[in-house]
Design a protein around this ligand. Structure first.
Ligand code: F0G
Length: 458
């Protein structure tokens, strides 16, 4: 008999979690204004809000923590971390920051001017925020294939070269860089192929535009290249990652995802002018250049995390767990962005809550229903997250309306995946009875989804 698949690690430390009653959850959700970001973690049974900073570190990482060098300048831990970044990416200039958006803040402070245009394959919300808050424009150039959730294509995160070329042509001299996000979080954790990375960079470079890789989940992207793209099946994850970075000019990194740490980020590049320019903003915003918002011990753990998470077995365990959950949803007929992404399943809320109008936010409504059903905290990646158009102030209903079931790394077992799938099935089975959604009673001007207040409509 062939042996079944199992995790490439065993568990050394556990953290208890608690169930609650439906009455308790009704009360808590109301107190949280129907915004799951305002729930306390004790009020949550299984937390799928994000895979960002929520993973478990390994014994090697914890032991590296003990060896952290907390010197203000010239920390040994910084050099361990920097050397690992250089080994994996080929970039020699490395600026540490406290997380991904801080890396964006530091680099974009140098690069983005009012009126600039920055194309990208679905900028993450903080990336978009850091562009739009500088009175510049973030233009999405993701392939249209990503819009059809039921279409099975291997690299749905790809850039549309036609859309990109149109932006580059029409805005010559006004595009400081392009953002290439791997995997493409916003459209479902969907990967970008090596061919598309190559073609995108060649096109940008033809127009004299550098490419910054938003690398939050670069290792998961490398896994998909290895398992789906011809010619890469026998390459190691580290070889593939190195090739991915060889085409771009710089990277911003949220180390809280594929760095396997709870906090951290960085910028890396071989462009000396960008390094010099960004450095000036690192010191006032983040800290001196050899810690930039991170403790020495955190940089030490990150060096190990980057090494571990660019090994096939680790990524295989992770992504097979996401695919396990996807199979369960297939069994129950629940529609999601196909194929399953690297870090999450993105449930297609428009196709589930067909009676809830866009204006009442179907994905946010489904997120609340799932919490009420079983204490599972998912996250809306849809119309609320999309914010309003900065010019017209209208809600942006043009994209997809997803509920993201985001799986932290090395945290839950497949038994938890079974509970998640069953809870979602229960909501799905009564979907016809859900006819009203939510109304916004308060919102921030930018990045509203973290603090928005909502009322349930009856
Ligand atoms: N880029 C991508 C693709 C991201 O997914 C995130 C964060 C960031 C940049 C910003 O990094 O959080 O370290 O400041 N994504 C998290 C998420 C928050 O839940 O998807 P950060």
């Amino acid at each position: 008999m062939e042996l079944p698949f199992a995790e490439s690690w065993k568990i050394k430390m556990v953290e208890p979690i608690k169930k609650s009653t439906r009455e308790e959850r009704e009360k808590w959700l109301e107190e949280a204004y129907n915004n799951i970001f305002m729930l306390k973690s004790e009020q949550v049974y299984i937390d799928l809000n994000t895979d960002s900073g929520t993973g478990s570190m390994s014994d090697r990482q914890w032991s590296a923590m003990m060896m952290g060098d907390e010197s203000y300048s010239g920390s040994r831990s910084f050099f361990e971390f920097k050397d690992m970044v250089t080994k994996i990416t080929g970039f020699n200039y490395v600026i540490p920051t406290h997380q991904g958006r801080a890396a964006e803040n530091v680099l974009f402070s140098y690069l983005v001017k009012p009126g600039n245009v920055v194309p990208g394959n679905a900028h993450f919300d903080t990336t978009k925020g850091h562009i739009e808050s500088r009175k510049a424009f973030a233009i999405d150039v993701t392939t249209d294939e990503a819009k059809d959730t039921q279409l099975e294509v291997p690299f749905k995160g790809n850039v549309s070269l036609e859309k990109l070329e149109k932006v580059l042509k029409e805005n010559q001299g006004n595009v400081p860089f392009m953002v290439l996000t791997v995997t493409n979080n916003t459209v479902g954790g969907q990967p970008v192929s090596m061919q598309n990375i190559k073609d995108t960079c060649a096109l940008c470079h033809k127009y004299g535009v550098p490419v910054n890789m938003d690398s939050a989940r670069f290792a998961e992207n490398a896994y998909f290249i290895k398992t789906r793209e011809k010619g890469y099946e026998n390459k190691t994850i580290k070889e593939i990652a190195k090739e991915m970075f060889s085409y771009v000019d710089s990277m911003t990194m949220s180390a809280k995802k594929d760095g396997l740490v709870n906090m951290g980020g960085f910028i890396a590049t071989n462009k000396e002018d960008w390094y010099e320019g960004a450095k000036r903003f690192c010191i006032p915003f983040e800290g001196f250049l050899t810690y930039g918002g991170m403790n020495g011990r955190d940089m030490a753990a990150l060096a190990v995390g980057l090494d571990e998470n660019t090994e096939f077995d680790m990524l295989d365990t992770r992504i097979q767990q996401v695919q396990y959950l996807a199979k369960k949803l297939d069994e129950y007929g629940i529609p999601y962005q196909r194929p399953a992404g690297g870090h999450a399943i993105f449930v297609d809320a428009d196709k589930v809550l067909t009676h809830v109008p866009k204006e009442e936010f179907p994905a946010q409504t489904l997120t609340c229903e799932l919490y009420l059903e079983a204490g599972i905290r998912a996250c809306e990646i849809g119309y609320i997250l999309a914010d309003r158009d900065p010019v017209t102030r209208e809600n942006r209903f043009g994209g997809l309306d997803f509920v993201r079931l985001c799986i932290p790394r090395r945290v839950y077992t497949n038994n938890h995946m079974d509970v998640i799938a069953a809870a979602l099935k229960n909501v799905y089975d009564r979907r016809e009875t859900i006819t009203r959604g939510l109304e916004i009673t308060w919102e921030a001007e930018l990045m509203r989804h973290f603090t928005v207040k909502l009322k349930r409509l009856k």
